[in-house]
Design a protein around this ligand. Structure first.
Ligand code: GN1
Ligand code: MG
Length: 374
């Protein structure tokens, strides 16, 4: 245990008035942006017996999230809205400090604490029932928020899924090449530039008014759904930092590029990287079971392509971060962002090959649920 970090977590807990002695923590390694810990406290259970009570403590990355206070305001509004619509459902609850804030902003450190939900998450998954449940949870999340007034939300990261802006940033940073890193990633850069038109198709359709803006989650990795370990039921959708106006295809595409990849998103061996159509099918089926009646024809037509778009968009982000010096994403090894870029490119290439198959699956599922749900 890192004593300094343990002391810090304990101090943060004091600001939020967490009762009972702090005795342990464990880092939760899933996120690529924020730092997340489970902090354990000892609590009297009322009968004199001691039991362990855990909390989720997070240090929000203020380089990525420039307006963390606005971000917490979004989360408060969204969680409150969901809680009202679904009173019995497991939800996230953020603790307050003595001055009634849901965060502690100290220097450049921004901390928050929420309830720890005992659960399991899946980084990769070939259990199709689990994939389907996660997809239902994300589809349902979007349905719950379909009448939420999006103008109440601030843009926690402006242009988050604006693929064209992501390309513009990459091109500008590659031209500056301040660290002299571009020569070593020329092949990756050339590939991404060669598919720029098709990768920007969603952004262009949005600009032309062909797709509606909805309130979307915007970070739909399957490990952002918590599952009950015993029943296998999806409990709650987490990581609401990027809930903002967006396209349904952003949520669908980001989810499939993560869940339906044969390999992990930063696999060094990309020989197996590609889209698993069985997983894709399960995800499409679960997602459309909740959303088919709400979506427009244009939206449904974009779903198959969205995995490719999101893989390219994320590749531009990883590559840009490498070029400017690995400032945004947490890196765990040398060239981690290049490895991630290569993996997303390998996935994008395979998705393009299987585009027709994915489109047939999406339309098949949409028709099935439109008939069923009337
Ligand atoms: C980041 O931190 P995490 O894992 O929730 C990123 C996503 C990327 C993802 C790639 C706010 O999400 O957009 O898709 O890494 N989140 C933010 O693993 O940038
Ligand atoms: Mg996230």
């Amino acid at each position: 245990m890192d004593e300094k970090l343990a002391r810090k977590l304990q101090q943060v807990g004091e600001h939020f008035n967490l009762p009972g002695p702090f005795f342990n923590y464990e880092e939760i390694h899933t996120g690529n942006v924020n730092h997340t810990y489970r902090a354990d406290y000892i609590r009297d259970d009322g009968t004199g017996m001691a039991r362990i009570k855990s909390y989720l403590v997070q240090r929000v990355n203020t380089y990525a999230f420039r307006d963390p206070v606005g971000l917490m305001d979004n989360i408060d509004k969204v969680t409150e809205y969901i809680h009202q619509k679904r009173p019995g459902q497991t939800c996230l609850h953020f603790h307050h400090t003595a001055d009634r804030k849901t965060y502690l902003f100290e220097g450049d450190e921004f901390w928050r604490i929420c309830n720890y939900v005992p659960s399991v998450t899946y980084d990769s998954c070939d259990d199709l029932e689990i994939v389907r449940s996660a997809a239902e949870a994300f589809g349902d999340f979007q349905m719950i928020l379909s009448e939420f007034d999006a103008s109440q939300l601030s843009y926690t990261i402006p242009d988050f899924h604006n693929t064209r802006k992501r390309y513009e940033t990459l091109i500008a940073d590659a031209q500056k090449d301040e660290l002299g890193r571009v020569a070593s990633v020329k092949e990756e850069l050339d590939y991404l530039l060669s598919v720029q038109d098709i990768a920007c198709r969603l952004t262009n359709m949005l600009d032309r008014g062909e797709l509606p803006l909805r309130v979307t989650h915007n970070d739909t990795k399957i490990n952002n759904v918590l599952f009950d370990e015993e029943t296998g039921r999806a409990l709650v959708v987490i990581d609401l930092d990027t809930v903002m106006p967006g396209l349904v295809a952003h949520d669908f595409g980001d989810a499939v590029r993560f869940a339906a990849n044969f390999t992990e998103e930063d696999s060094e061996d990309t020989s197996k990287t590609g889209v698993d159509l069985n997983v894709f099918w399960a995800f499409a089926d679960g997602f459309l079971s909740q959303t088919a009646n709400m979506l427009t024809e244009n939206e449904i037509d974009t779903l198959a392509l969205s995995g490719f778009v999101l893989a390219c968009e994320l590749a531009t982000r990883f590559l840009d971060d490498y070029i400017v010096g690995d400032k945004y994403f947490k890196v765990k090894k040398d060239h981690h962002n290049v490895i991630r870029t290569r993996c997303q490119i390998a996935l994008a290439k395979d998705m393009l090959k299987k585009l027709d198959a994915m489109d047939a699956i999406v339309h098949g599922c949409a028709e099935k649920y439109r008939r069923k749900n009337g």
